[in-house]
Write a protein that binds this ligand. Structure first.
Ligand code: ADP
Ligand code: MG
Length: 682
């Protein structure tokens, strides 16, 4: 179809300069654009049994007029026409608003066909269309297009029809025969026609199926090709770690690894051994034990004679990682150091010197640690925690410093499988999908705001048993200022409520890092029993004695975020609780609260979140690189996506794909497949 892509849409009959300009505003410039201007839905005129039609669904029925229609006027222009219709065995009402002239078309005992919205309770169709006579099959399905101004649905339909008459035979197949055959796909020309002129639902289904596969295959080819080039061009380091030492280390851990941990450790070690640069994403739910996996990988790099760096988004988290990695690794002589902006003066100079001499094995800190004045003696592995806060820029810096270490991204925000293989299609992904044995599930409850007193009573009881509690503050908007004010207000209220019985700490983003540290210290040491906080505690905080979490205005948070927050409790051996205080205003909100109380599985939640919010919202507004598909839907067509991904992976690895003529059109598509809306992630 490359030619049609270069021919102006004005060559189509009926499209002059003026129409051409209107179409251009709708991004329809070439004949190809017009032919690929697909309907966003279809008007379904199929006859259906009313017993199967749901309330408020649109339906077309054929029936016999039962008695004289009645017409009532309210005011001069408003009217209501009511007709009783016998449809199979049902006697129903059909109502037309403001179409008085239809009255004469309804003759008693004659057959008519009407289309409208079904009100199950009133057994009434609010109709907008009628034809005299029985149902006529040829208009079972009609395409509906996004339109603009003078370019109405009727106009678009006519123009597309003209385009087909003139150019339909020039539409070329772009998928190799083997795929068409294997998946029994419609050929491209036929599928294009069926998108616009289907006779029925089955035509649309088959046409869609073809384009879904095509879109996914082209997209995945692009991703897989990028990945292949990335691998081949990015010569990295071969980390020849000493396996016996690594094994011994694993055997001496205070607990046996879960099977999932073993699997991902193997995947990571295999990457480290190759001469390519590792580019791997490690996903694991909160508490699934990613830190120890990071520790093992770091240790392996050290046994190969290299240093490691661990980057985290916040200082609190950096300190925690230093603590846990030191506990894990210092007994075997590994030197870990913390480097954040709070480490200053002489101490800082000492650490920097140790890093460049190679006496420090692992440096842990915020991302400043790969910039500035830090120079490593021999950096082999960089691990970043919470990958979404560590972007393209940092990776560029690393490369420009001339270091080409293996990179492992860890994230506790489970990315739905669907997104992981699309957005991160050029990365390798490891998943820890199993929790360490013996974890108690956190009991989650949803309470309305007017139950706050009871909730506080519950919290009081937990505190009385020596436990601690988090209170997460209302999130009003993405405004730090207002959120902080909320935290201050809640802190005040709770301080009054608990009086001198318990100490209530306050944490928010406006505190200096020294102040944050002090607050965190106090809570960790159980000098404060309650910690009121904005969402800054979301990432990685570990206080096992905290067993109670109260989240205000829970309906304002995404499911994944709620799950992250909830992961701050349930870290010790005691039963933990999470209370969601929420008065959701709509069904989606209620649904989300219900889901939270029913599942503790971060992956299931992220899939749900994606379903409820859509892919665009999932990562928030800033994320670019989200693919846009014309026909395909990443969530609902997930299976096709997986199939296409496997096919693409096989293709790019084969010589035939890069050489044989039969793949020319696919190779062409790599040049500008147009599916990436923004820049690729890296
Ligand atoms: P996350 O994946 O959220 O970073 P962590 O690495 O902080 O999880 O691990 C959570 C807790 O589980 C830690 O206290 C850690 O020591 C413990 N842990 C990790 N792996 C195991 C295991 N295989 N068996 C038992 N406990 C484990
Ligand atoms: Mg962690």
């Amino acid at each position: 179809m490359s030619d049609l892509g270069n021919q102006s849409v004005t060559s189509v009959k009926g499209i002059g300069a003026e129409m051409g300009a209107l179409l251009a505003e709708m991004n329809i410039r070439s004949i190809k654009d017009l032919l690929e201007y697909f309907p966003y839905r279809y008007e379904d005129y199929r006859l259906r049994d009313l017993a199967e039609v749901k309330h408020e669904e649109k339906v077309t029925v054929e029936g016999v007029v039962h008695g004289e229609p009645s017409l009532m006027y309210h005011g001069r222009k408003k009217s209501r026409l009511t007709v009783r219709l016998l449809v199979d065995r049902y006697l129903i009402k059909v109502v037309f608003f403001n179409q008085p002239y239809l009255k004469q078309k309804f003759k008693v005992n004659e057959t008519v066909t009407v289309t409208g919205k079904w009100d199950q309770h009133r057994q009434t169709i609010t109709a907008n269309e009628m034809t005299v006579g029985g149902y006529q099959k040829e208009k079972e399905f009609e395409p509906v297009y996004t339109v603009k101004g003078k370019v109405t649905v009727k106009v678009i339909r006519r123009l597309i029809h003209n385009a087909f008459v003139q150019y339909g035979h020039e539409i070329e197949e772009n998928l190799p025969e083997e795929f068409i055959h294997r998946y029994k796909l419609m050929d491209r020309g036929e599928a294009m026609k069926m998108m616009h002129f289907p006779l029925g639902a089955e035509d649309v289904k088959q046409a869609r199926r073809r384009f879904v596969y095509e879109e996914f295959l082209l997209f995945q080819l692009k991703m897989q090709a990028l990945r292949k080039f990335e691998r081949e061009q990015s010569l990295g380091i071969t980390l020849n770690y000493q396996l016996p030492k690594v094994k011994t280390f694993i055997e001496h851990l205070p607990f046996p690894l879960t099977n999932a941990q073993k699997r991902v450790v193997n995947e990571i070690l295999a990457d480290m051994k190759t001469p390519y640069r590792m580019n791997r994403l490690l996903q694991g739910d909160v508490g699934s034990g990613k830190t120890v996996v990071a520790g093992i990988a770091m240790y392996a790099a050290i046994t190969a004679g290299y240093q490691g760096a661990l980057m985290v988004p916040t200082e609190i988290l950096a300190e925690q990682h230093v603590e846990s990695l030191t506990a894990l690794l210092s007994p075997i002589g590994v030197q870990c150091r913390l480097l954040t902006s709070s480490v200053k003066g002489k101490r800082r100079r000492e650490i920097l010197a140790e890093v460049s001499e190679g006496t420090v094995d692992i440096l842990i800190g915020t991302h400043a640690l790969i910039q500035d004045e830090v120079s490593f003696q021999k950096l082999g592995l960089v691990i970043t925690d919470e990958q979404h806060r560590f972007g393209v820029e940092q990776r560029r810096v690393l490369r420009e410093k001339g270091e080409n270490p293996d990179v492992l991204f860890m994230t506790a925000t489970p990315i739905p499988r669907t997104l992981a293989i699309t957005v991160f299609g050029e990365m390798d992904v490891s998943v820890i999908d199993e929790m360490p044995a013996g974890r108690k599930t956190i009991e989650t409850y949803w309470a309305k705001h007017d139950m706050l007193d009871r909730v506080l009573g519950f919290m009081d009881k937990e505190l009385a048993q020596g436990r601690q509690a988090y209170v997460i503050c209302p999130l009003i908007e993405e405004s730090d200022k207002i959120d902080v004010q909320n935290a201050i207000d809640v802190h005040h209220t709770l301080s009054v409520y608990f009086g001198s019985r318990y100490k209530v700490g306050l944490m928010h983003g406006r505190l200096s890092s020294a102040e944050k540290d002090a607050v965190m210290q106090e809570f960790t040491a159980n000098e404060a029993q309650v910690l009121v906080s904005t969402t800054v505690v979301e990432v990685g905080v570990n206080v096992p004695n905290a067993t109670f979490m109260l989240i205000y205005d829970a309906e304002r948070f995404g499911l994944s975020q709620l799950h992250q927050l909830r992961g701050r409790v349930g870290r010790g051996s005691e039963q933990s609780y999470c209370i969601l205080l929420a008065d959701p205003k709509n069904e989606v909100g209620k649904e989300r609260m219900k889901i939270m109380t029913e599942t503790n599985d971060g992956f299931a939640l992220s899939e749900k979140d994606l379903e409820l919010r859509g892919p665009g919202d999932f990562f928030g507004k800033k994320q670019s690189g989200m693919p846009e598909f014309k026909v395909a839907d990443m969530v609902h067509d997930y299976r096709a996506l997986e199939t296409a991904r496997n096919d693409a992976a096989i293709l790019v690895q084969s010589d035939a794909f890069w050489q044989s003529d039969k793949y020319i059109s696919l190779r062409e598509s790599l040049k500008d497949s147009g599916v990436l809306s923004g820049e690729k992630l890296d």
